[in-house]
Design a binder for this molecule. Structure first.
Ligand SMILES: [Zn+2]
Length: 286
């Protein structure tokens, strides 16, 4: 699953190479890739043809292309292995090419959705007055969004009787923070993942948000150099981001702050990585 910085790099690539272009044809090569679109592959192709693609948008890990003269947006689901590629038209098809979108201009490049595992796809949804595809209207703003409200987030955190990592992964509270960046930000903040949110003070919330933003911006800086190439996205597994992670995946290795061996705990079907000394477990109480 790509995390927010990877998705933002894809968004910038789409903005650079696709926004403003008019769709000529859409070829759906695998019906599963448009299964979320109720009118089926033909309806999908018909709805897009002749439409001008607007500014590429993102909220959290969701990515979409509004259509300028249409009430609809194209929502991309990258899933586990989905990639959006801008390729010269004469480049041979990828083995797992699912959707091809050609444009009316003579730029000679096309947009391809490639997905080995077919969990991802593209779908059309009505755009809300706020500019979001209606199916993601409930997703909270992400911490890199200029309109993210730190004060409201703190209040919501305090009101929610949960633990901090659960809260960070709750997309209705804050979006775009995945397992990796949650562990990294908690390590930087010296906070245990099971700390109750009710114990958070305003400065502590502010510090945590600051670390979340730093971690994401570091990843963006690491990946931002490559997006100018035609290759819009290499999804996660490519080492595209040469991440220098301090917590995630470092079980048994020394904490970069205190040297204590890092630990991993099973957590909600995933893992949490932490330093047992820097990130003390909260005392058990109700
Ligand atoms: Zn430590």
């Amino acid at each position: 699953m790509p995390e927010l910085p990877e998705v933002e790099v894809v968004r910038r690539g789409l903005e650079r190479w696709v926004s403003g272009r008019i769709v000529k044809t859409v070829e759906v090569r695998h019906p599963r890739a448009v299964r979320r679109h109720l009118a089926g592959p033909e309806g999908f192709a018909k709805a897009l043809a002749g439409q001008r693609v607007g500014e590429a948008m993102r909220r959290g890990k969701y990515l979409w292309l509004p259509l300028d003269d249409s009430p609809y947006s194209v929502l991309a689901h990258l899933g586990m292995s989905g990639q959006l590629l801008v390729q010269p038209e004469d480049v041979p098809d990828e083995k797992h090419l699912r959707i091809r979108i050609r444009f009316e201009d003579g730029q000679g490049t096309e947009l391809r959705f490639v997905d080995q595992r077919t969990f991802g796809g593209l779908s059309l949804h009505e755009t809300t007055p706020e500019g979001l595809p209606d199916v993601i209207a409930h997703i909270a703003r992400d911490p890199l969004d200029p309109l993210f409200d730190d004060t409201a987030f703190h209040a919501a955190l305090r009101a929610r009787r949960t633990t901090i990592k659960r809260a960070l992964l709750d997309q209705s509270l804050i979006s775009g923070v995945g397992n990796i960046y949650a562990d990294e930000a908690l390590w930087r903040s010296k906070l245990h993942y099971e700390r109750p949110t009710g114990t958070f003070t305003r400065p502590r919330t502010a510090e945590l948000l600051g670390h979340i933003r730093d971690v994401m911006n570091d990843a963006l800086a690491a990946g931002g150099t490559s997006f100018d190439s035609l290759y819009v996205n290499v999804n996660g597994e490519s080492g595209y981001f040469d991440r220098s992670l301090d917590a995630y995946g470092r079980e048994g290795e020394p904490c970069r702050r205190c040297g204590t061996l890092m630990r991993r705990r099973a957590w909600m079907n995933r893992s949490s990585y932490f330093c047992p000394k820097c990130q003390r477990a909260p005392r058990v109480s109700s």
